[in-house]
Ligand binder design. Structure first.
Ligand SMILES: [Zn+2]
Length: 257
């Protein structure tokens, strides 16, 4: 893993801003983890991808996260304060990240299914899809290696090719096993509302959070460049090479900060 300078972050943002969120996340990871090929990053299970994003985020901005959530009962806006460690299922060993291709098996209702956890390639293929349930089914069907319909007599067992027509109960059971197998991809946070006392938990989408945070940071950097270039005539590269502290002092002198 390497540190990304302000100029590099802007470059990554610029190259991926018009692409999908999945591609933006991969672009960031590819810049920060040049030791992994893009193909390897794209084939990581979503939990491993998110664990790398958390590690990168911690390196860039520290371990405190903040944001806003809305209480589902009284609609009060509540400040979210948590640590990167609150979102991490287990510490990630950077040298030991796997492909996420290990097969998982499930036997139920006369079916024997082998499948793997979803990766970024699976998500990319459904990003333009409209219906959430359809998208979920399509991702799952891409992750299924094989389905065998095991009737009561072993001789009647037969392999199925069409994974889109599996019973809903089987699809739900596969989804449940996937959540157990890749808990980092299903990060949840517990909240309680100080106003009405309502307590709930919600999924925390790590990739969306990190991408939005970097977008805000890049916009802030470009505003600084804009003011300093206009005020002093300096080049963008020279301004970005300064420490944030030095930029702030110059901005104060321009009455901007
Ligand atoms: Zn409330």
């Amino acid at each position: 893993m390497r540190n990304l300078s302000a100029a590099e972050l802007i470059r990554v943002w610029e190259h991926t801003v018009h692409r999908s969120p999945v591609q933006q996340a991969l672009g960031l990871l590819s810049a920060a983890f040049p030791e992994y090929s893009m193909d390897r990053l794209a084939r990581l299970g979503i939990g491993q991808r998110d664990a790398l994003l958390l590690t990168l985020r911690e390196r860039l901005f520290g371990s405190d996260l903040d944001g806003m959530v809305v209480c589902p009962r009284c609609r009060q806006r509540i400040e979210l304060n948590c640590k990167v460690s609150d979102l991490r299922v287990e510490p990630i060993e950077l040298g030991a990240i796997g492909s996420g291709d290990q097969p998982i098996t499930l036997r139920m209702e006369g079916y024997h299914v082998e499948f793997r956890i979803p990766n970024s390639l699976d998500l990319t293929s459904i990003e333009t899809g409209a219906d959430v349930n359809d998208a979920r089914r399509r991702v799952l069907s891409q992750c299924i290696h094989s389905v065998v319909r095991t009737a009561e007599e072993p001789a009647d067992a037969k392999a199925l090719n069409d994974f889109t027509r599996l019973p809903q109960s089987l699809i739900d059971a596969i989804a449940e096993r996937l959540a157990e197998a890749d808990p980092q991809a299903h990060t949840r946070l517990a909240f309680s509302c100080p106003d009405c006392g309502h307590a709930w938990s919600a999924t925390f989408d790590i990739a969306t959070y990190v991408i939005k945070e970097i977008q805000r940071y890049v916009k802030h950097l470009l505003e600084e460049v804009h003011h300093l270039a206009r005020g002093y005539g300096w080049r963008e590269a020279d301004i970005l090479a300064m420490t944030p502290t030095r930029r702030r002092v110059y901005l104060q002198m321009l009455d901007v900060a």
